[in-house]
Design a protein around this ligand. Structure first.
Ligand code: NAP
Length: 250
């Protein structure tokens, strides 16, 4: 059975490692190509967009794909939406692999919002010192609130950083609680803005914010794949593939 695995996350990689052990399955891991791809991939891979829904449909047909797994990041909205539409149209079974969202704990001061614009509005009118950890996209929404100081942390440099009162910090996870607390204290951070990406590698900022009493503006996940079976555990996803295989008699 031929499987297309849409990746760009550590979950996709872990599933790829499980799939690599299965000689009855042929897996192709797909990357958008935004970052450098490590050479030691568990399965065969390809890089680059498909060319929208039409391109993905042609790819599914041309590659004789039997099942697809969307293991892209919880905020990779376009790719997930394209996967749902293209797989439905081509009759290719699709499942979603996504890490669990973070949940509010005792002592957390979270305000949950739906998007970047609401996050900017949630900072209020009075000037604040804000740690912005939303990646390279969405920064323009904060131009509407130029009174705040923004410490923008991301793995790669944004194409343009037009916020008038901002500093850029390039760094990559994992982060520790101690380092996150030191960063927030060092920059006298008063508010943290983050997407609810989930996962262990970047959760320390939430623990640091809790211990320092810093308010968090949490951008909740978009619902990307309604009606698609969803798993947060690669082994459970593998069991789904086995069920598809059994049903199709491949
Ligand atoms: P996006 O906005 O949903 O996707 C934009 C376009 O990039 C898609 O329409 C598709 O191009 C292409 N693309 C995205 N993922 C792809 C994949 N796995 N294989 C082939 N093409 C892909 O995605 P994004 O938010 O820019 O994220 C890009 C990649 O980075 C994703 O693979 C995601 O898993 C990873 N990532 C994203 C975030 C985040 O916060 N968004 C964080 C960490 C990692 P076509 O329309 O041409 O097919």
């Amino acid at each position: 059975m031929r499987i297309l695995l849409l990746g760009g996350t550590s979950e996709a990689r872990r599933l790829g490692e499980l799939l690599a052990d299965r000689s009855d399955l042929s897996t192709l891991l797909s990357y958008a190509g935004r970052t450098t791809i490590p050479a030691d991939q568990p399965v065969a891979f390809r890089v680059g967009g498909f060319g929208g829904v039409a391109g993905l449909r042609a790819f599914l047909r041309g590659g004789r794909i039997d099942a697809a797994v969307d293991a892209t990041h919880p905020f990779a909205e376009r790719m997930s939406a394209h996967a749902v539409t293209a797989c439905r149209a081509e009759g290719v079974p699709l499942a979603r692999l996504a890490r669990p969202a973070w949940v509010r704990g005792e002592g957390d001061r979270w305000r949950c919002v739906a998007d970047f614009a609401s996050a900017a509005a949630a900072l209020g009118e009075a000037p604040r010192r804000v740690l912005l950890t939303i990646g390279q996209g969405g920064l323009e929404a904060f131009s509407a609130r130029p009174q705040h100081f923004y410490l923008v942390r991301s793995i790669g440099a944004p194409e343009s950083l037009t916020l008038p009162n901002a500093a850029l910090l390039l760094d990559r996870p994992p982060y520790t609680l101690e380092a996150e607390a030191a960063l927030m204290e060092g920059h006298r951070i008063e508010m943290l803005v983050t997407k609810n990406s989930g996962g262990a590698a970047t959760v320390a900022k939430l623990h640091a914010a809790r211990s320092l009493g810093i308010a968090v503006v949490m951008i909740e996940r978009p619902i990307l794949t309604a009606g698609v079976p969803e798993f947060d555990d690669p082994a459970a996803l593998l069991a789904w593939i086995d069920r598809v295989q059994a049903e199709r008699g491949v």
